[in-house]
Design a protein. Structure first.
Length: 150
């Protein structure tokens, strides 16, 4: 059994949220009802300040409508969110090695990804109302799929 303390979600808090970019582009003659599905690309990047016990999460998402030819041009949306988290016991959960890489506790990584993704879903629900993406809901996924490999 490891001496490493277990992740405690009560030691994690969001201290800052920024919408860096939020853009929806809709062609003039676009008909929302003709959208059959949405294509989605997203990425999540983590950065650490171990001394300050902070984790920065950059989450980017690109959405493209797919009308299967029903619209002459498709609508697109691009968002970039930044979350700053404070983790009271970050030094125990994110250990730097000799190559300046971070060995991150998997439970903390999952929590950061889950909270970021689900909070972004709520922000998108409100920001996309009245746009070509008003029917888009960020799908439920395994949040570990967003995390970069070791």
């Amino acid at each position: 059994m490891s001496d490493k303390p277990l992740f405690d979600p009560e030691k994690l808090s969001i201290i800052e949220f920024k919408l860096i970019n939020g853009q929806v582009d809709t062609p003039e003659e676009f008909i929302t009802e003709k959208v059959e599905r949405y294509e989605l690309e997203n990425s999540l990047q983590l950065a650490f300040n171990l001394e300050e016990k902070l984790v920065k999460v950059d989450y980017r998402i690109d959405i493209l409508s797919d009308s299967k030819g029903g619209n002459a041009k498709e609508a697109s949306a691009r968002f970039h969110f930044v979350y700053i988290y404070k983790v009271e016991n970050l030094k125990e959960l994110a250990v730097s090695d000799d190559a300046s890489l971070i060995d991150l506790d998997q439970h903390l990584a999952n929590a950061l990804s889950s909270i970021t993704y689900s909070t972004s879903r709520g922000v998108l629900l409100t920001r996309l109302q009245g746009t070509a993406f008003q029917n888009f809901i960020l799908p439920v996924i395994n949040p570990n799929k967003l995390l970069p490999n070791k």
